[in-house]
Design a protein around this ligand. Structure first.
Ligand code: CP3
Length: 340
């Protein structure tokens, strides 16, 4: 088994730097589009054989060191009682706006309500057969709350922030409920065979550092503390967290996901020796000519300066219009330039 990724999560030495890409199973791959053309995105998430197939595609095509199961952070929110659509961004028909809305949300029974997610994991473990480890994932409570309250993506996040400041009791009740759901969801993934868990807090960086500590950190901390981690490392990715990594670290994950706004070396100085990092190439670098991609990969590796506990990744998801060949070249560069 290729243990490079898991070893790096635990800060152990590796033969070369492991690499995978956030959103590596997706629209930039013609092989994904071929499967996706036959069904909707949600149908794909709910058909384990197909979800497993597209999860494995980047492992075979790019040569990455980990697979991530194919699903979406919002998959477990639908069975809470919120009708979900993708156009292609997520849309909830009836966003959460009141205490009555929060009270109407139910905590799903994972085996009954999202069996397809757990089945996808089981198929993947069998089909990967130890070739690379399998990452499960979920949204952080705050990012899930952003979509549930805004009803869709947002530029200013006025609704969720209004709730936070003007109806703190509603906000707290919602976050408590999401956190409980999330914990059960991620524990079900671990039980089904996920070998690492990534928590995506895509919108954690829209708050001031003091609001992050007050309105986000307690819930993510409770979530991570409640996971049956054992041998399963937890990667915590908060986009836009560069100025508050010390706060984010208090949530207690094993690996800190970094976006491209921070110098990886300086981030490591702040986090200290005990914590591994994942990141952090600007995803748009994959539009550049090969020489530039290679130079940028080298720069990120140089910032890490040979320290153990680095997983190479993009600083956010790969973009749908990137050439697969460039992503593959990036993976080769990471392996070649970091070879011990
Ligand atoms: O990483 C992987 O390859 C696994 C699959 C995965 C998807 N979404 C598939 C997807 C993962 C890990 C996610 C996480 C996710 N989903 C996040 C956190 C990461 C991030 O990018 O910030 C968020 C915020 C979502 C919510 C979401 N789902 C959005 C905003 C969108 C639209 C994105 C866009 O660029 O249009 C989706 C849809 C989605 N999720 C697609 C895929 C492959 C595209 C759907 C399609 O095929 O039409």
């Amino acid at each position: 088994m290729n243990r490079r990724f898991l070893d790096a999560c635990w800060g152990k030495p590796v033969d070369r730097t492991p690499v995978w890409l956030m959103r590596q199973a997706g629209r930039y791959l013609p092989e994904y589009m071929a499967v996706r053309s036959k069904c909707t995105f949600l149908e794909l998430c709910k058909t384990p054989e197909l979800a497993a197939e597209v999860s494995i595609q980047p492992v075979d095509i790019l040569g990455v060191d980990a697979a991530i199961m194919f699903s979406d952070i919002l998959t477990p929110v639908e069975p809470m009682g919120m009708k979900l659509d993708f156009v292609p961004g997520p849309v909830f028909e009836h966003p959460i706006r009141s205490m009555a809305d929060v009270e109407a949300l139910r905590i799903p029974q994972m085996e009954q309500d999202v069996p397809y997610v757990l089945e996808t994991i089981k198929i993947l473990r069998r089909e990967l057969a130890g070739k690379v480890p399998l990452i499960g994932f979920g949204g952080a409570p705050f990012t899930l709350a952003c979509y549930m309250v805004e009803g869709k993506g947002s530029k200013d996040f006025a609704q969720i922030k209004r709730m936070m400041y003007a109806a703190p009791d509603v906000y707290a009740a919602l976050m408590e409920k999401i956190t409980t759901m999330d914990m059960e969801y991620l524990n079900a993934q671990i039980k089904a065979g996920a070998q690492a868990i990534q928590i995506f807090d895509t919108w954690g960086g829209i708050l001031s550092p003091s609001d992050y500590e007050k309105y986000v950190l307690p819930y993510t901390t409770r979530l991570i503390n409640g996971l049956n981690r054992g041998e399963t490392p937890v990667i915590h990715f908060v986009k836009g967290a560069g100025t508050m990594l010390d706060s984010v670290q208090k949530a207690g994950g094993d690996v800190m996901g970094l976006d491209w706004h921070v110098n990886l070396g300086r981030a490591r100085d702040v986090l200290g020796q005990g914590m591994a990092v994942q990141g952090n190439l600007d995803p748009t670098v994959l539009y550049a000519p090969k020489e530039v991609i290679e130079k940028e990969v080298k720069r990120v590796l140089d910032e890490n300066a040979g320290r153990a506990g680095h997983i190479f990744n993009l600083g956010h998801g790969i973009l749908p219009t990137v050439a697969p060949e460039n992503a593959k070249f990036m993976v080769e560069c990471v392996h070649r330039l970091s070879q011990k």
